[in-house]
Design a protein around this ligand. Structure first.
Ligand SMILES: [Mg+2]
Length: 305
């Protein structure tokens, strides 16, 4: 199987920068600017934990495995440069088609983000399919965007709309790479991350790194259509889904109030940006509900099984 898959890979075209070495040699090679910082992240997804093989296409698995890593590179406001794709496949004849499909899904997204697949590995075993992607990124400025650095008084903002990702967004989302780079280059962001488990779980992580508290206003949350659909099924308010559903893969960031004002007037990208709250001195996180009542913000989002 591995030889057949390598043969398939040998016939694929990837856009590599001049002077780079991709799949086919013992290791990949990338040119790197002097003094530029390397950022690197990796994520593993597997059948039955992160997706159900009989409910998704191989291409969707490959796309998602890469997209979640691109979202982490975006969270650092860095540029993806190259990806490694490693597959652990069930033994059997159908694995070659599965491997090809996963590669194709990842490669298509890789191409559109200028992040070629430059290597990886594959193996078979008597178990379920698992896909690991590692992405290498370059920090274009002096510093990446970190979770630490949020200041009391900062506005808290998000890209896009939130909630209901399970209805399809978690397989088709666009990592906010371009938006993060533009934000970090043109505005003074103090801290940021991507939303993978839901704001109610992810925001405390940012606050912990920054040693601050925060207040989120449920009335300001940008609620997706899917969150409204989920709400009709679950009986929970749509804003609850926007706050707690996982896998939005939007950016969550903080910036001084005057920078937020400037952003609100100068942002021209199609992806909306919404202020959803304010950073406070270190204290329990608070939620302002639809009636304007302050209550503790509880971590009710998605946690990995
Ligand atoms: Mg992340």
């Amino acid at each position: 199987m591995e030889q057949a898959f390598l043969q398939f890979l040998a016939n694929q075209t990837t856009s590599l920068a001049a002077g780079s070495v991709g799949i086919g040699d013992d290791a990949a090679m990338l040119s790197w600017g002097a003094e530029q910082k390397l950022v690197v992240c990796t994520d593993l997804i597997s059948d039955e934990t992160d997706f159900l093989l009989h409910e998704v296409t191989p291409q969707q698995i490959g796309r998602k495995a890469l997209a979640i890593n691109l979202s982490d590179i975006a969270a650092m406001a860095c540029e993806p440069v190259g990806a490694l794709l490693t597959l652990l496949l069930p033994q059997g004849e159908s694995s070659l088609d599965l491997a090809k499909g996963i590669y194709e899904g990842a490669a298509e997204l890789a191409e559109s983000y200028g992040c070629p697949i430059i290597g990886g590995d594959t193996n078979s075993w008597p178990g379920k399919v698992a896909v690991s992607v590692t992405v290498l990124g370059r920090c274009p400025g002096p510093q990446p965007l970190l979770r630490q650095g949020a200041q009391p008084g900062d506005a808290i903002a998000v890209t896009g709309k939130l909630g209901g990702s399970i209805l399809g967004h978690h397989l088709s989302f666009e990592p906010r790479v371009r938006e993060a780079l533009e934000l970090h280059q043109n505005f003074h962001l103090n801290a940021g991350m991507d939303i993978s488990d839901g704001i109610s779980i992810d925001l405390p992580r940012l606050c912990q790194q920054s040693r601050v508290g925060a207040e989120i206003d449920a009335r300001l949350l940008p609620i997706s259509d899917a969150a409204h659909q989920r709400s009709e099924k679950t009986g929970k308010p749509a804003w609850w889904h926007a706050l707690n559903d996982g896998e939005d893969f939007e950016l969550l960031f903080t910036l001084p109030a005057e920078q937020m004002d400037r952003l609100a007037t100068q942002w021209t990208e199609s992806v909306p940006i919404t202020k959803i709250g304010t950073v406070r001195e270190a204290s329990p996180l608070m939620l302002i509900d639809l009636e304007g009542t302050r209550q503790p913000l509880l971590p009710e989002g998605f946690s990995h099984q």
